[in-house]
Ligand binder design. Structure first.
Ligand SMILES: [Zn+2]
Ligand SMILES: [Zn+2]
Length: 64
């Protein structure tokens, strides 16, 4: 199960699902033009992608 965790406070969020097909979003990472990594969650059916949730001012990370 995909699970996001905040390294600062330990809060975690369970799986997120696509609003269109109800499938669990898969974790992925994209590299921005400036070279930094952005954690994202995307629909396996290609309905779209969202930025991973943030907590304590930083991206929550996903342990696969
Ligand atoms: Zn936090
Ligand atoms: Zn979908």
């Amino acid at each position: 199960m995909t699970k996001y965790t905040c390294e600062e406070c330990g809060m975690s969020i369970g799986s997120m699902t696509c609003g269109q097909c109800d499938q669990e979003l898969t974790h992925s990472t994209i590299v921005k033009p400036d070279g930094s990594n952005v954690h994202i969650a995307e629909c396996p059916e290609g309905h779209g992608k969202i930025k991973s949730p943030m907590c304590c001012g930083q991206d929550m990370t996903c342990k696969v």
